[in-house]
Design a protein around this ligand. Structure first.
Ligand code: MN
Length: 196
C-alpha cells in the first residue's frame, strides 16, 4: 500500500514563487491521485511490496504495464520534486563540491539556470526536466509525461515539474516565469548534493 509522503515544509512555505493553493491541488489532489491509482493497479501483480524505483525499472517499456509505470513514475517524480524544493525564506547556494561540478559541466551556475530554463520551456506538452548524473557528468534531461531517468539507467539529482497543473493557478500560461521563480528561489541544493 503506497501512501502520500509528507511534505518537508508547510504548504505556504514556497510562496510567493509557488502558492499554498497550488500545493493544495498539486500535492493534495494530483499527487494523491497517482498514489491511489497505483494502489488499485498493483493489486495481484506481485509488485505490491516493491519500491517505486523498482516498479519503474521493472515496468518501463512494457506495453502491458503502461498504467502501472505511469502512476508509479508520477508518484516517484512528485515526491522527488517536492523534496527538491526549499522554503523560500531559506537562502541556499550549491556547496563548493557541487558548484565545481556545475561549473565544469555548464560553465557557471548562471549558465546552468539558462540552459535548464531553455530545456524546460522547450518541453512540448506535459513533462519533466531533470538534472541527472551520467557517469561522472551532470546533464539536463527532458522527459515526456511520466517518464523518468531511472528507466534509462541515469541517476536523478533534481527535477522540475512542467505539467501545466504545476503552474497554471499561479502563472496561467506563463511557464517561463514559473521556471525562473523556482530555479532562482526554491532549489534545495542540499537535496541535490545528497543525491550525487
Ligand atoms: Mn505534477
Amino acid at each position: 500500500m503506497f501512501t502520500l509522503p509528507l511534505l518537508p515544509y508547510e504548504k505556504m512555505a514556497l510562496e510567493p514563487s509557488m502558492s499554498a493553493r497550488t500545493l493544495e491541488f498539486h500535492y493534495g489532489k494530483h499527487h494523491q491521485t497517482y498514489i491511489d491509482n497505483l494502489n488499485k493497479l498493483v493489486i495481484g501483480t506481485g509488485l505490491e511490496q516493491e519500491t517505486l524505483e523498482n516498479i519503474i525499472i521493472k515496468t518501463a517499456n512494457n506495453p502491458d504495464k503502461v498504467g502501472i509505470f505511469n502512476n508509479a513514475a508520477q508518484a516517484y517524480n512528485h515526491d522527488f520534486f517536492w523534496r527538491g524544493l526549499r522554503p523560500a525564506t531559506v537562502p541556499m547556494e550549491p556547496a563548493p563540491e557541487l558548484l565545481a561540478l556545475i561549473n565544469k559541466n555548464f560553465t557557471s551556475l548562471d549558465n546552468f539556470y539558462n540552459e535548464f530554463k531553455a530545456a524546460a520551456i522547450g518541453v512540448f506538452g506535459s513533462g519533466w526536466v531533470w538534472l541527472v548524473k551520467d557517469g561522472e557528468n551532470l546533464k539536463i534531461m527532458k522527459t515526456a509525461n511520466a517518464d523518468n531517468p531511472l528507466a534509462y539507467n541515469l541517476k536523478p539529482l533534481w527535477v522540475l515539474d512542467v505539467w501545466e497543473h504545476a503552474y497554471y493557478l499561479d502563472y496561467q500560461n506563463r511557464r517561463a516565469d514559473y521556471i525562473e521563480a523556482v530555479l532562482r528561489n526554491l532549489v534545495n541544493w542540499k537535496f541535490v548534493a545528497a543525491n550525487l
